[in-house]
Structures are given as C-alpha cells and as structure tokens.
Design a protein around this ligand. Structure first.
Ligand code: URA
Length: 213
C-alpha cells in the first residue's frame, strides 16, 4: 500500500479552515468539495488512458482519452457522499457505485448494509471516497468488497488519515494482489480513545450533514 500526502499550500489552507470548530456546515461542505477536487488531481495520476486520434484546426494528432471500462467512483455512506461532487468534477464520465458500511461496536468488524455496484468489477479502477481514515476497518472491508468483485486497482481519497489506521489497513491488506494507494490531505498525530483522529476535524458526517444519527 502506498500513502500519498498531498503537499500543497492551498490544500493546507483549506484543510485548516475545515478543521476549525467555528466553520459552519455550508462552509464545511464547500471546502470539502474544493479540497477533494485538489486531491482528485493527485489521485487520478495513474488513471488508465489510451491514445486518441483527433484533428485540431491545424493538423491531425494523437491525443489521450480515458480507457474503457471507465473508472468507478465509490463513496462510502454517509460522509463519503460529501466528497462525490468534488471527485466527479475531474472525472465526469466515471460511473458511481454506492457502499454503506457499518462498524459493529462490539466486534469492531465493518459490514456492508447497502450496496449499489456492478456485480462484475473485472479490470475496473476504483476510487473509494471516505473522509476519515481512522482505524482503517471500514476502508479495509470496502477494498476487500471491491477486489472480491474483480477490481484490480484501488485508490482511496481521504481528507485525513491517522498513522494507526494506515498501519492497520496495510496489515489487513497483506497478501492482496491489487495495488492500493491512499491519497490524503494530511497524516495526523494519532487516534484518541474514542477512535477520533487528533487533531482531526471531529465527526465528518455530522459536520457535513448535522447530527442526524
Ligand atoms: N470518523 C470521523 O468522522 N472522525 C474521526 O475523527 C474519526 C472517524
């Protein structure tokens, strides 16, 4: 697994405002959207392309087009939905599949409670959207779900990641023969005893959508 922390002053600036407890939900949603578009630029560096023959007003040339099958963008419900528009701005022709993951608080195992994805993901590049890589359990389960269906290239886009979560994810994916990259705006200090990222930004779902349960 490869972890890529995007080092850019605009990312750092937007992330700082996002973290601030005084930032309200409308501003938080807007900044998440902008930040994800910046992360998407890095996250799509290895998107598959093919040569494309075109003619400009001056001459024929060989350009570049996205390969088929088109990439699949998979927001993890609920907080990953807040990242969808920012990602689709750069990949408007991608398809979108939805995955709802729930963590059992006793066993700490993540399970799928909802999914709307093609049965066959053979040869598909998948972009998984989950704002907070905290324990890594949800992302590990989501990645297994996608690779079990044939996905052969996974990029996770996260606003923030915790070192414990990255280590755990790496352990959980041991032996998986599919390249996995995590692209994030920052690798924070640690997880606290409630599983929150420190300094983090709080509960991403609540800050995006309010405390709706
Ligand atoms: N999920 C969140 O929304 N925030 C955290 O800090 C950790 C997990």
């Amino acid at each position: 697994m490869r972890t890529h922390v995007v080092d850019h002053p605009l990312v750092a600036h937007k992330l700082t405002v996002l973290r601030d407890e005084r930032t309200d939900s409308p501003t938080f949603r807007l900044l998440t959207d902008e930040l994800v578009t910046l992360l998407a630029y890095e996250a799509t560096r290895e998107v598959r392309v093919v040569p494309s023959e075109i003619t400009t007003p001056v001459s024929p040339m060989t350009g570049t087009a996205l390969a088929s099958p088109k990439p699949l963008v998979v927001p993890i419900l609920r907080a990953g939905l807040g990242m969808l528009d920012g990602m689709m701005r750069l990949l408007p022709t991608a398809e979108v599949g939805f995955l709802g993951m729930l963590r059992n608080e006793e066993t700490l195992q993540a399970s799928t409670y909802a999914e709307r994805l093609p049965d066959d993901l053979s040869g598909r590049q998948c972009y998984v959207l989950d704002p907070m890589l905290a324990t890594g359990g949800t992302l590990a389960a989501a990645i297994r779900f996608l690779t079990d269906r044939g996905a052969d290239h996974i990029t996770c886009v996260c606003l923030l990641a915790a070192p414990e979560g990255c280590a755990n994810l790496e352990r959980e994916l041991e032996g998986l023969d599919v390249p996995v990259t995590v692209v994030t705006a920052a690798l924070d200090e640690r997880l606290n005893d409630k599983g929150y990222i420190v300094p983090g930004l709080g509960d991403a779902g609540d800050r995006l959508y309010g405390v709706a349960g």
